[in-house]
Design a protein around this ligand. Structure first.
Ligand SMILES: *Cc1c(COP(=O)(O)O)cnc(C)c1O
Length: 397
């Protein structure tokens, strides 16, 4: 595979391995980004305008959806999608989601006027377990929010099948899954994350697979009325200037971010391919080292899709995870934990009355997961260094 061996491998010291290197992305795209920034600054159009409209069209094409609405964050995309899909405020106000996600998902549910109903995740993919979703559906359920965690879509087929006859909205949290496919890979072309449910929600937070140089987000949908409502909500509920049919939010994307994101969007497919190649190299090396097993559980690529590896997240036994992480840091290898405390155990959700033991799969994952460095500019030599360090550190146990 051509992308496995990059020219960059030459001449870079295999020293510190950061979790991500945003400076390297800028260095690679410096000319184009500076030209885009200059163009916007000279245009005098700083909020909305042609750059934002072009990004919307280009991102809609990327996801193969009719509508894309640029907003100021992934959180706003989720909030507007849930409001537009009618999840809050009515007699049906329960929204089913996973506790193993970033809190933005459930903040958006609450802020849309709905109530979060957590269900546990599949032990391999750590995405919503469709069987448990089915059991959690009541006549108060308004929507389901699957999280495409770490860059792999949730198992959308069964979720959509149970949602459709009950008229439940499905809002995809695709904030980690720009370009991920469902029913992709060998099975065929697949459909993009964000084009599967009633709406898809993306974040352009700098560390995401497509990230700006600030905050940003996008809502994708095939439903014209959801797109129209989101356009109104992001702009103070305005249909025309100073005409307000409803109250909205200040949730627009700025033109500088849009222009920068347009430069980066052209690279996204190549970056995702590189992420997949790096993930494959990690997996291959760990297997060769004989490490893959109970001491080191590798990410599972489900047959239902194409993973875009926002994160390469392994699992190590609970009693060694924090030691492993600390010793890797001593070797100047940065790792992350996504996420250390499942949301149902957070103080802000104490009123839900859930406790340790409520969602054993998510709870266990929270104590075992470890995200290794992964970013498109990472070299093969850096992957080798992480693998070697992990072998040494695990061997000490
Ligand atoms: C990043 C992220 C969000 C929130 O996106 P922001 O742009 O930071 O508001 C929501 N859900 C998940 C799963 C995320 O990773």
């Amino acid at each position: 595979m051509g992308v496995l061996r990059k020219a960059q491998d030459e001449g870079k010291p295999a020293g510190r391995v950061p979790a991500i290197d945003l400076g390297a992305t800028f260095t690679d795209l410096r000319q184009e980004i500076l030209a885009a920034v200059e163009r916007v600054l000279a245009s005098g159009r700083y909020i909305g305008g042609p750059e934002v409209e072009r990004l919307e069209r280009e991102f809609a094409a990327f996801c193969d959806v009719p509508h894309a609405v640029a907003v100021s964050s992934g959180t706003d995309a989720l909030r507007f999608a849930l409001i537009a899909a009618g999840a809050g405020g009515g007699p049906r106000d329960e929204v089913i989601t996973s506790p193993l996600t970033f809190i933005a998902t459930t903040e958006a549910i609450s802020q849309a006027g709905a109530r979060t109903v957590f269900v546990d995740v599949d032990p391999e993919s750590l995405t919503l377990d469709p069987g448990l979703v089915r059991k959690a559906i009541t006549d108060r359920t308004a929507a389901i929010v699957p999280i495409h965690l770490y860059g792999q879509t949730a198992d959308m087929g069964p979720i959509l099948e149970m949602a459709r006859p009950r008229a439940l909205a499905v809002v995809e949290d695709a904030c980690q899954a720009h370009g991920a496919l469902y029913r992709g890979g060998a099975a065929g072309a697949g459909r993009s994350a964000g084009s599967l449910g009633d709406a898809g929600c993306f974040s352009f937070y700098p560390t995401k697979n497509l990230g700006g140089c600030g905050e940003g987000g996008m809502l994708t949908t095939a439903r014209a009325e959801i797109a129209a409502r989101a356009r109104s909500l992001r702009d103070h509920g305005q249909s025309e200037k100073y005409i307000h049919a409803e109250e909205g939010y200040n949730g627009r994307l700025d033109a500088l971010q849009a222009a920068i994101l347009r430069v980066k969007l052209k690279r996204l497919s190549g970056w995702n391919a590189r992420r997949r190649a790096l993930a494959a190299l990690y997996t291959e090396r760990f297997k060769e080292m004989g490490l893959a097993g109970t001491a080191l559980r590798l990410p599972v690529e489900k047959p239902w899709g194409t993973h875009v590896y926002h994160l390469y997240t392994v699992r190590v036994p609970i009693d060694v995870r924090d030691r492993v992480r600390a010793e890797l840091l001593e070797k100047e290898i940065e790792t992350g934990i996504h996420y250390p405390i499942p949301l149902h155990l957070q103080a802000c959700y104490a009123s839900l009355g859930l406790r340790e033991g409520s969602f054993p799969v998510a709870e266990r994952a929270a104590r075992e997961v470890l995200s290794l460095p992964l970013f498109p500019e990472m070299t093969d030599a850096q992957v080798e260094r992480v693998c070697e360090a992990l072998r040494v550190v695990l061997g000490r146990g």
